[in-house]
Design a protein around this ligand. Structure first.
Ligand code: ADP
Ligand code: MG
Length: 715
């Protein structure tokens, strides 16, 4: 009764697709040939031997060996989820990986994406109930599902992919699944990882110390990669990366290039420069310099664009002309989530954007930080997929040896845990410190998170979920945003706050091409409204709707059409959720009244992200006394004494971005618990807040404290 590899091979070679009963297409046969060359494919028999016998498997296989694309299909032949009305889930740590891989596997299985094979990422569900039986989903989405259905009863097998990345959601999920596996002996788990620290996962999932779950190890098949370091420290890695790409293109053998950059703006900038410079080079040396296709890859790239990374390199311009080459400029996504074949050269500046959280300042930000040695080796490995390759590290060997950490710290140790703790509390996990973590976060971080949730009125003083908190947990938003949205009807501006929330949940709508910065800034001015950036976002969205989603209109105004379209979509989804939880949709008609209401609602969610003006131009100080500057993109017409900001970004210096002026009295009114100044150590900020309380009440801050709890009870 148990499936064997021979049976599966027969089914794969059969003329009829067992899942659709349609004849297999030519494309299917072509892809099958490629699949057969994958290391994982060669180990199918061994896989079934282990899978048929064990509930939990730890799997290790090098990036590109076929884990993500093949294993869920192998499982499907054993579980037969399409017959049993179950689903095989495979988590991904990144949205792009989930969408790109789902598309690939749909092609491999000769089915339509969204039918038998689908994906689910935040704000986008590409599955069909009752039809989809292989589901790629972000780890965050599965964690969210486990909150509503703790048994995860729809799934026959759950595959945690790229566990070595140790994202926050993956770590928590493993804890949840570990306990669930004991309750549900019929549920199978596969933990997949690209690095060799499998023993850690084996021990974690062990029932007892002498009963480790089996390790299914697929040997890699990589070619040697020569590593080069720079002789001196690099001052501008972006410039240097561009220079290396051009040099490789002009002097090295054919073979594609992969360049690691840290974010969208950098990536678009690099692509732009490379395109321009190659054009000049080709004009100057048409005999020796071939065409170069430069393709960006980052997380919010529209799906059609994503698939371009898999296109073959461009052909030579003439039959005997110099050969073409492909350059992919990518974030960390290409480090281990997505494999691009044909890469022979890797350019690694040694940086990535990483979440950094300081529990004392309570600010989480994405910081461009040095990668770990392990990451550097992963990146290097990308060059040896098809034949021997070269990796150019834009740092010195000494720097590599002495400055880089061995491994990237698990995200759980460097994240804001507020959102996660709210989910755990909602899932009924009472003792957060006792939860079975793979790596335990500091108890203080958990307590701080609970404290923030308490300030947001999501949990009460005893750590129990409040009604508000329960609704907040159901919204796929950060607790600050969901709090603001849910209380906004009390300020009669839920319509507006809903729009702002949607705009804050999508990538930036502002385009600022490097050659048209002045024009873009001028266009942005057209949307200026008094008050601040949040209100400008609202204005942009409303104008976009007035102009009926017109692409030309967005183009003239330097706005991102995909981001705006996404905002419309997110808004609709959140609106449906609001209806479900009976959060009224209301608007204030009067413009200045509306603006006041919006700012007050903002205070209910973001009272911890407040700064006040100190000294000269654009200088502010956060509640934790960190000096910050208004980001150059801020379009605040005046510079109010007190502002609320959406994010703190650190580039050359710490900046606050998306900023709106507020009245400090509101902080005491809507977050009195947090602003109980008696507990605050003496500081410049505390004194500034004391002056506010004196001015407004003539009394000390301590009195205000007795007022009702903010937000929840409204005005
Ligand atoms: P792993 O998960 O072990 O890193 P994958 O299953 O992601 O490996 O990749 C296996 C192979 O499938 C790789 O050679 C990769 O290039 C190929 N592949 C994956 N997605 C696509 C796609 N969308 N188009 C073309 N090839 C793809
Ligand atoms: Mg993979």
């Amino acid at each position: 009764r148990e499936v064997t590899a021979d049976q599966v091979h027969l089914a794969l070679e059969h003329d009829t697709n067992p899942f659709t009963n349609q004849p297999h297409t030519a494309q299917y046969k072509k892809i099958l040939k490629a699949r057969k060359t994958l290391p994982v494919f060669a180990h199918m028999a061994e896989f079934y031997k282990i899978f048929n016998k064990h509930q939990i498997i730890i799997m290790v296989g090098e990036t590109g060996s076929g884990k993500t694309t093949q294993i869920p299909q192998f499982v499907a032949y054993s579980d037969l989820p399409h017959i049993k009305n179950k689903i095989v889930a495979c988590t991904q740590t990144r949205r792009v990986a989930a969408t790109a891989v789902a598309q690939r596997v749909a092609d491999e299985m000769d089915v339509q994406l969204g039918q038998q094979v689908g994906y689910s990422i935040r704000f986008e569900d590409m599955t069909e109930q009752g039809t989809t039986f292989i589901k790629y989903m972000t780890d965050g989405i599965l964690l969210r599902e486990s909150m509503h259905d703790p048994e995860l009863s729809r799934y026959s097998t759950i595959i945690i992919d790229d566990a070595h990345e140790r994202t926050l959601a993956t770590d928590i999920l493993m804890g949840v699944l570990k306990t669930l596996a004991r309750r549900r002996p019929d549920l199978k788990l596969i933990i997949m990882s690209a690095t060799l620290d499998a023993l850690k996962f084996q021990k974690y999932f062990a029932v007892s110390s002498d009963a480790l779950p089996p390790l299914f190890k697929v040997p890699g098949r990589t070619h040697p990669v020569e590593v080069f370091y720079t002789l001196e420290e690099v001052s501008d890695y972006v410039e240097d990366a561009i220079r290396f790409v051009l040099e490789i293109h002009c002097t090295e053998e054919p073979g594609d290039i992969l360049v690691f950059m840290t974010g969208e703006e950098e990536i678009e900038g690099v692509c732009h420069s490379i395109k321009r410079e190659v054009k000049d080079l080709i004009n100057a040396y048409p005999e020796t310099v071939g065409p170069l296709e430069c393709i960006p890859l980052y997380s919010w790239l529209p799906p059609q664009e994503q698939q371009r990374i898999f296109d073959p390199a461009p052909e030579a311009d003439s039959p005997d002309g110099p050969p073409g080459r492909k350059v992919v400029v990518s974030t960390n996504i290409a480090e281990s989530s997505l494999t691009i074949d044909g890469i022979v050269y890797v350019v690694d500046p040694g940086f990535s954007k990483q979440k950094v959280y300081n529990p004392n300042t309570r600010v989480e930000s994405l910081l461009v930080s040095p990668i770990s040695k392990e990451s550097a080796w992963q990146r290097t490995g990308r060059a040896g997929r098809t034949r021997p390759g070269k990796c150019f590290r834009l740092y010195t060997e000494k720097y590599f040896m002495s400055e880089l950490e061995e491994q990237t710290k698990p995200e759980i140790l460097r994240s804001n845990l507020v959102s996660t703790v709210l989910m755990l509390v909602k899932a009924g996990i009472k003792d957060l410190v006792e939860f079975d973590y793979l790596d335990e976060p500091a108890p203080e971080s958990l307590l701080k998170a609970l404290e923030v949730l308490n300030h947001l009125a999501a949990v009460d003083d005893d750590g129990n979920l409040t009604t508000l908190g329960s609704i907040m947990a159901d919204f796929p938003l950060d607790p600050q945003l969901s709090k603001m949205l849910i209380v906004s009807p009390e300020f009669k501006c839920s319509n507006e706050i809903l729009t702002i929330t949607a705009m804050l949940s999508v990538p930036s709508v502002w385009l600022r091409p490097s050659k048209k910065q002045e024009e873009a800034d001028a266009a942005k001015l057209l949307f200026a409204v008094p008050g601040g950036d949040h209100l400008i976002l609202l204005n942009v969205f409303n104008k976009y709707i007035l102009n009926q989603h017109d692409k030309d209109w967005t183009w003239i105004h330097y706005l991102s059409a995909p981001a705006l379209l996404q905002a419309v979509n997110v808004r609709e989804q959140l609106e449906r959720m609001m209806a479900r939880f009976e959060v009224d949709l209301v608007s204030v008609q009067d413009q200045s009244e509306m603006s006041l209401s919006v700012k007050q609602a903002l205070c209910c969610g973001f009272f911890m992200q407040v700064a006040h003006k100190v000294g000269g131009k654009r200088n502010y100080m956060t509640l934790n006394n960190q000096p910050v500057l208004l980001h150059p993109s801020c379009r605040l017409d005046t510079q109010p004494e007190w502002v609320i900001f959406n994010e703190l970004v650190v580039t050359t210096r710490p900046f606050i971005r998306t900023v709106t002026g507020i009245r400090p009295e509101w902080l005491f009114k809507y977050a009195n618990l947090y602003f109980d100044l008696r507990d605050w150590p003496d500081s410049e900020t505390k004194r500034a807040l004391m002056r506010v309380t004196k001015k407004t009440t003539g009394r000390s801050g301590a009195r205000i404290n007795k007022a009702t709890r903010g937000g929840e009870s409204g005005e």
